[in-house]
Design a protein around this ligand. Structure first.
Ligand SMILES: Nc1ncnc2c1ncn2[C@@H]1O[C@H](COP(=O)(O)OP(=O)(O)OP(=O)(O)O)[C@@H](O)[C@H]1O
Length: 329
């Protein structure tokens, strides 16, 4: 009858209002899977990569444009799957962090970012059954909470094949309706193909051509082949065969000029701008790192990875020198 219909309508409007109100209040205090807590700041993402990532001209283009396109698409048919390749300290984790910082209010600490490190999270090869259950729970719970989850799989080459089997269906085109992974992003990080990337970059260096002229196409096929063939490449081969990886992103080995920029950035972070032009200090830090190949010493063996520790050491030494000089005086 019309009266109960009207009462029902008022009650449901009331409940709806209460829900919206509760949600608004809740989201003021807790992170929610909605704007502004989860929102791609695409211009800032581009700016941050431009400003803070050194020597990786190919990365900005693929990362920024693929993420932007995936976010803009109202009906993506699959999640965005990126595979970052390159030697240690070239910036793979760093770029993942920049992406997280420009998507989630709490960056990598967001409950909607799942950072999985094969050797740390799944260390025991005898417990694969447990791990399979655990991993599928992690993925399902995350997607149930937020369709815009960012999954980062570090050390992918060490991820056991059984666990990769668990991930595979979520990367595919036909995910189940109730668990929709199509709005999520998966990033796989590995050192696989690093030696091939270094060889191509070295060729460019030795022929005295600017590395910025290196094109993505020069790497993509090689990366696919190397990911197949190198030891540990088996893990990726299934994903490659089924075309589940959207983009292979090569991280080039870093030269001294890039390491120098990393040192400067760290000195600014430590509020020691006064040391940026101190040639002696900078040279000591640079000399504290190893370079390869032995002939040209073109690239840093650890990229920018040990720069913070080496710079801290020199800051401390410098401080000690200043103090002892003062005391001597
Ligand atoms: N290209 C770069 N530009 C600026 N800083 C960089 C770059 N590469 C690395 N760094 C600095 O070095 C640190 C270590 O790099 P990162 O952890 O991203 O290396 P990675 O490629 O993930 O290495 P691994 O393969 O060993 O995990 C970063 O936190 C960042 O401060």
């Amino acid at each position: 009858d019309p009266i109960s219909l009207a009462v029902g309508a008022v009650a449901s409007a009331g409940l709806g209002g209460m829900w919206i109100w509760k949600n608004t209040v809740k989201c003021k205090f807790y992170e929610c899977c909605q704007e502004p807590d989860v929102f791609l700041k695409s211009y800032k993402l581009e700016q941050d990569i431009e400003k803070y990532l050194f020597g990786q001209h190919l990365v900005k283009d693929i990362v920024v444009n693929s993420i932007r396109a995936h976010w803009k698409n109202p009906n993506p048919t699959k999640p965005l799957v990126l595979s970052f390749h390159g030697s240690t300290g070239s910036g793979k984790n760093y770029v993942s962090e920049i992406i997280a910082n420009n998507t989630y209010k709490y960056g990598l600490k967001s409950q909607y970012v799942k950072h999985i490190v094969a050797t740390k999270d799944f260390p025991d090869k005898t417990r694969m059954d447990d791990y399979q259950t655990k991993l599928s729970e992690i993925i399902e719970n995350a997607l149930a909470k937020c369709a815009r989850t960012l999954f980062i799989f570090d050390e992918t080459d060490k991820l056991p094949v059984q666990l990769l089997q668990i991930i595979k269906p979520y990367l595919d085109y036909h995910a189940s309706d109730e668990l929709d992974s199509r709005r999520s992003i998966f990033i796989f990080l590995s050192n696989k193909g690093g030696s091939r990337i270094a060889a191509l970059t070295l060729e460019q260096y030795e022929s005295e051509k600017p590395r910025e002229e290196l094109k993505l196409e020069q790497f993509e096929k090689d990366l696919m082949d190397y990911s197949f063939n190198e030891e540990g490449g088996l893990q990726m081969s299934e994903l490659i065969k089924r075309q589940l990886i959207d983009h292979f992103v090569p991280f080039l080995p870093l030269q001294q000029e890039h390491v120098k920029k990393c040192i400067e950035a760290y000195l600014i972070k430590r509020n020691r701008q006064d040391l940026i032009h101190n040639v002696e200090v900078i040279t000591k830090i640079l000399n504290g790192l190893q370079y390869y190949p032995p002939t040209s010493k073109a690239f840093s063996s650890s990229g920018c990875k040990r720069v913070d520790a080496k710079t801290d050491l020199e800051i401390e030494r410098n401080y000690e020198i200043r103090r002892s000089t003062k005391e001597d005086l």
